[in-house]
Design a protein. Structure first.
Ligand code: 3HC
Length: 311
């Protein structure tokens, strides 16, 4: 029987096989992937700022080396994801322009300030822990280049989470003042970490279609629940309590019940009205402008090399 490109696309998705750049795909599939992959890349690049602020102030050479490696990894994750977006016909310079002008988003979590070095540990433990919960299923996303980027990125994220948790364990074994710093940082980052998974499923315009196309393999609420269930025992082992009076194990559900995040806060932060939004975007814009000469030099060098090869 005659198979149409639509039918081939649908069968590929149904069979859990991969859509590759040269395959036919519905325009909506391409658009939602450029949207998600570009914003994922933007999140990695902007995410370098909160941690970068502490590289020069790390308490030891070991902590400085670890933080340098982590921030460098995030830069690489961003560039890797921009390359995945380019396989969909997106242009990297255009994506950067969209980020700087606020026409594309990046993860809300990076609009919160990092007040002291305990924040670096909590970001590794909670933020990278949430990112792992979100990114492991994306290794099975239906778009080939995105799924393959996730496989490589997930390998490095587990180091990011472990170093953060180990940093906090060290501080919890330190002075009372250090334990207070950890408790304060956990209180400040817990709810924003839950918001990383997006709005509740009933308020998520993209989830249904993204699940149908297997771009996403779980809904926002499913991944948030998984993160809470994974993190509670880790908080117990660390000796910190999580700032949610409704958090408790529900044996009937086989999962933890927990309170409602402040969705109005998430909406405010996503719309640019968070504590650090203006500073993060301004910093990205300045870096882009000051890097203009590097891009020009690299392009001129590449053109000369190409001309020499042709000669
Ligand atoms: N921050 C910013 N924007 C958010 C958001 C958040 N926490 N949660 C949702 N949004 C935006 C969505 O992008 C969408 O806007 P858009 O249509 O203009 O893109 C709108 O709010 C509605 O949300 P939906 O749930 O309908 O959108 P999605 O189906 O795309 O779900 C998502 C949002 C869960 C973030 C999904 O896009 C996703 O899984 N993205 C890939 C993972 C990712 O981007 N993670 C960023 C975490 S940071 C990171 O990984 C770096 C690591 O090193 C810590």
């Amino acid at each position: 029987e005659v198979t149409t490109p639509e039918r081939v696309f649908e069968e590929t998705i149904e069979r859990d096989q991969r859509i590759e750049p040269r395959d036919w795909m519905p325009e909506g599939y391409r658009k939602t992937l450029v949207r998600q992959v570009a914003q994922h890349a933007h999140s990695e690049i902007i995410g370098m700022q909160p941690e970068g602020a502490w590289i020069a102030r790390a308490p030891s050479l070991r902590r400085k080396a670890i933080l340098l490696a982590k921030v460098q990894d995030e830069a690489g994750h961003g560039l890797y994801l921009y390359s995945a977006a380019e396989t969909l016909g997106a242009d990297r310079a255009d994506l950067t322009a969209k980020l700087i002008s606020g026409r594309q988003k990046y993860s809300s979590i990076f609009n919160y300030p990092t007040l002291n070095f305990a924040d670096i540990g909590v970001i590794g433990w909670l933020v990278d822990g949430a990112a792992i919960c979100n990114q492991v299923p994306l290794c099975r996303s239906s778009y080939g280049p995105y799924a393959r980027a996730m496989v490589r990125i997930c390998k490095e994220e587990s180091f990011h989470q472990r170093q953060g948790y180990e940093l906090l364990l060290t501080m919890m074994r330190g002075t009372e003042a250090q334990r207070d710093m950890v408790r304060d940082a956990v209180d400040r980052w817990w709810w924003p970490s839950l918001m990383m998974f997006g709005p509740p499923d009933g308020d998520s315009p993209n989830t249904r279609q993204s699940m149908a196309w297997k771009v996403k393999r779980h809904t926002n609420d499913e991944l948030r629940q998984k993160f809470v269930d994974m993190t509670v025992p880790q908080a117990d082992a660390l000796g910190v309590s999580l700032p949610d009076p409704e958090l408790r194990w529900n044996a009937d559900r086989g999962a933890h019940d927990f309170g409602e995040p402040d969705w109005a806060e998430l909406k405010r932060v996503i719309s640019g009205d968070g504590a650090c939004n203006a500073e993060r975007v301004e910093r990205r814009r300045t870096a882009h402008e000051q890097g203009e000469w590097v891009r020009e030099a690299a392009a001129a060098h590449a053109a000369k090399r190409a001309a020499r090869q042709e000669a």
